[in-house]
Design a binder for this molecule. Structure first.
Ligand code: C5P
Length: 222
């Protein structure tokens, strides 16, 4: 079918931030809104794919025609992604927290007058993209994002290799760009075939164009 090139194909997409608890009321998070990841899930579904969206805590609605699994932490996100396999396509858009608190307190950490500030000991979270990029059930097309504030191209190329991705969508998330949490995005596509700079577009348009690129890659592989 011309208009539904992904009919019969399965995709898993991650989106949003993760929340890493410190105690029952506090957590570590980041500024991801989930807008780009949710738009990509919707765009893949629009091309006919059966999509599972694994979303961290976001304030935007679930996209239509997509199965959504809501998670909080990086470890829950990894679990949900792994149990969504097999898939033909993986697009890891979530801004996964790199670290979590090593030993989380099951009671609220209290502040008493004169107490020193508590020190948080952090430990590394699993890398979901890297895990899926090197997995026995690796989807045919694996796409990652590289949200950087410097050396966008070099870091993107490095990520492509290290994480076993086919395509890295790199963007500059410096505060002056307004991209993180905003409505628009300016991305650079990095693959083994080369680099493509896209103009500034709204996130829905980026998602639609990216879904087409993914469909072409998948079809040329099969
Ligand atoms: O290493 P960095 O966080 O910059 O890599 C970004 C890419 O890796 C994104 O696609 C993001 O969704 C993914 N990622 C992940 N799990 C992590 C860290 C990043 O899936 N723990």
């Amino acid at each position: 079918q011309v208009d539904k090139p992904l009919a019969g194909r399965r995709a898993v997409v991650t989106s949003g931030p993760t929340h890493e608890p410190i105690d029952p009321v506090r957590y570590i998070a980041n500024r991801s809104s989930g807008r780009q990841g949710h738009a990509i899930a919707a765009a893949l579904a629009g091309l006919g794919a059966e999509v599972t969206l694994v979303s961290g805590p976001v304030a935007i609605p679930d996209p239509a025609n997509v199965r959504v699994r809501h998670v909080e932490t990086a470890r829950e996100m990894l679990d949900a992604v792994m149990t969504s396999l097999p898939a033909d396509i993986a697009v890891m858009v979530a801004a996964v927290a790199d670290w979590r608190v090593e030993s989380l307190s099951d009671q609220k950490i209290k502040k008493a007058p004169g107490d020193a500030a508590p020190a948080l000991i952090l430990t590394e979270n699993p890398d979901i993209l890297k895990t899926i990029g090197h997995h026995a059930e690796r989807p045919a097309v694996v796409v990652g994002f590289a949200a950087e504030t410097q050396s966008v191209l070099a870091n993107g190329r490095d990520k492509l290799e290290r994480k076993g991705a086919d395509l890295i969508v790199a963007n500059d998330v410096s505060p002056r760009t307004g991209i993180m949490g905003g409505e628009h995005n300016q991305v650079t596509l990095i693959s083994r075939d080369g680099v493509e700079h896209w103009p500034d577009m709204d996130k829905a348009t980026v998602a639609e164009r990216l879904a087409r690129v993914i469909a072409e890659r998948l079809i040329s592989k099969s």
